[in-house]
Ligand binder design. Sequence first.
Ligand code: NAP
Length: 273
Amino acid sequence: MAGETAFPAGDLMKGKRGIIMGVANKNSIAWHIAQQLHAQGADLAFTYAGEALGRRVHPLAESIDADLIIECDVTKDASMDAAFAAVKEKWGTIDFLVHAIAYSDKSALEGSFVENTTRQIFKDTMDVSAFSFVDAARRASEIMNPGGSMITLTYLGSERTVPNYNVMGVAKAALEASTRYIAKDLGAKGIRANAISAGPVKTLAAAGISSGKHLFSFNRLAAPLRDDTDPRGVAGAALYLLSDLGLSCTGETHHVDAGFHIVGMPDESALKE
Ligand code: NAP
C-alpha cells in the first residue's frame, strides 16, 4: 500500500539499544532485522567485518540514524574487545544483540562433506559460525540489562542433510546447542537467547553454497506455503524474540521457512512442477 512502511511501525523497542552483527549489504538478513527494530523505535549499533564492507554498511546504518558503526572481525579477540568497549563507552548498557554471522571456505560448500572438510576448514567454520556467538553473548551479557535478549541465525542443514551445506550444517548444529547453553547460563541474569532457523534467503552468504538455485526451488515447491522465505517474516520473528513480546521464551530454535521443516515427504505434484 502506498506510503505504508514494509516494516510495521510502533514502539515495542522504544528506549532499547542493541548491537547488530552481520550486515554485509541491503540483502543481508541482519539488515531486514535492523530495519524492523528501527521501525519499532530501537537504537542500533552496527559491526562490520572489514573496510570494504564498512563502505556498504555506513550508508545503510546512517539511513536509519545509527552513528555507532564499528569494525569487528569476530575471529580476533582484540577486535571484539574494541567493539564491545566502544559500545560500553557510548551507551553503558544494551538491551539486545543480533548475531547474523557465518563463514566457511567455499571449497567445503560443495560435493562430499567427508572429502572436502579439512581440519583447518572445520576449525575456521566453527570459529566464525558457532563460537563467535558464544563469545559475543558473553561480552554482551556483561553490559546487558536484565530483561535483555539475544538471537542468532541458523538453518535446517543443522538437523537434516542438505546438499552442499556440509560443514556449515555441523557448525549450525553447534550454534543451536550453544544457544541452549547460553540461554541456561544467562537465564539467571534475566537474559534470553534464541535462534531463528530461516529458510533460504538470497544473500551473499547463500550465494556461497553450491547449487543454491536448487535449494531455493525445492524449498519453494515442497514447503506447505509453496513460497520462498520472506525476510520480513524473519525480521518479525526477531522483533518478537528481542522485544517483551517474547517474554519467557528462551533456548528455542524457531523456524521461519514457509513450513519446509515439517515436511517428511513432499507431495508428488510438487516434484513434477
Ligand atoms: P550475509 O549478508 O552474507 O551476512 C553474513 C555476514 O557474516 C556478513 O556480514 C559477513 O561479513 C559476516 N562475517 C563473516 N565472517 C566474519 C568475521 N570473521 N567477522 C565478522 N563478520 C563476519 O548473509 P546472510 O544470509 O544474511 O547471513 C546471516 C546469517 O543468517 C548467517 O549466520 C547465515 O548462516 C544465516 N542464514 C542465512 C540463510 C540464507 O538463506 N541466506 C538461511 C538461514 C540462516 P563478510 O561479508 O565480510 O564475510
